[in-house]
Ligand binder design. Structure first.
Ligand SMILES: [Cu+2]
Length: 283
């Protein structure tokens, strides 16, 4: 009976391991995402220096010193070993020092606010978390899109993120980075995709009833395809008027993709200021 349970657990574990579920965080298609994934793997590796010997010893010691092993040394008065103290304290200290150094430097170098170095001009995309959909505003292209976003490959993108409602978290797992969306605030996240593709975008912060459907497609495209995509959005002929914006504010679930060919360039600023009042002392 026990053996059966053990076997089925192992089969289940193997199935999980071999199912090829996508480990997005460790297989990033974004510049910062790749560095974040590598840092996680490196820190995990460092911690295994302690974990693996501990697991092995927890098996080996009971085996070696089991009561049935009459010929092993038996020393009930034993209480100190400088050798054991040296390793038990020394190894963790070294690991902590190395981890602390890595953490210190990557906290700065992988700061999502930091602009990504590139000879191309960054593309600015404003993101508004709504109930329960994502609105993307392109202030330069003067277009807006709901639940879909596109940007060219190998070009840095600066996302400016706010919320029309409760707190949310803007997250494209395959491209790395995650940042909170809060009403009345602007958060920044810089991303650069280095692989053309269509990636899953989600909210990583539970925000109520329609949260599960608060998803978007992030398309990393060639420069030409990006132009085409913008043209396609512009061809929709739908203007993001105040009335349309009010319609988007309404709570909706599994909202379909919507294109707006024209927006007020100050829309994003106005959304933030609707919570804070006019900023910088002027309207
Ligand atoms: Cu905050």
């Amino acid at each position: 009976m026990k053996k059966k349970l053990f076997q089925s657990t192992m089969v289940f574990a193997l199935a999980l391991l071999l199912s090829g579920c996508e480990l997005a965080l460790f297989d990033s298609s974004g510049v910062t995402g790749k560095k974040i994934g590598d840092t996680i793997l490196l820190t995990m590796g460092l911690m295994l220096i302690v974990v693996i010997p501990t697991i092995l010893m927890s098996l080996w010691i009971p085996f070696k010193y089991h009561a049935s092993k009459k010929d092993e040394s038996y020393d009930p008065e034993w209480e100190h070993s400088s050798k054991i103290e040296f390793f038990a304290w020394g190894v963790p200290v070294v690991i902590i020092v190395v981890l602390a150094t890595i953490t210190y430097f990557t906290s700065y170098s992988l700061d999502p606010r930091k602009e990504i170095v590139s000879d191309k001009k960054p593309l600015t995309i404003q993101v508004v978390a709504m109930d329960w959909k994502w609105l993307f505003l392109f202030p330069e292209e003067k277009i807006a899109v709901v639940n879909e976003v596109a940007f060219p490959v190998d070009r840095p993108v600066q996302f400016l993120v706010t919320s029309q409602s409760t707190m949310n978290s803007f997250f494209i797992p395959k491209l790395g980075g995650q940042i909170y969306a809060m009403a009345g605030m602007e958060n920044r996240m810089n991303i650069m995709g280095f692989e053309v593709g269509e990636y899953r975008g989600i909210s990583a912060n539970y925000s109520g009833f329609g949260f599960a459907g608060m998803r978007f497609k992030a398309k990393v495209t060639s420069d030409e395809d990006f132009e085409k995509w913008v043209e396609g959005v512009k061809a929709s002929g739908q203007v993001l008027t105040d009335a349309e914006y009010d319609r988007l504010i309404e709570k909706t679930r599994d909202h379909k993709v919507e294109y707006f060919s024209s927006i007020d360039p100050l829309q994003f600023k106005n959304i933030i200021e609707s919570f804070t009042g006019a900023q910088n002392g002027s309207n």
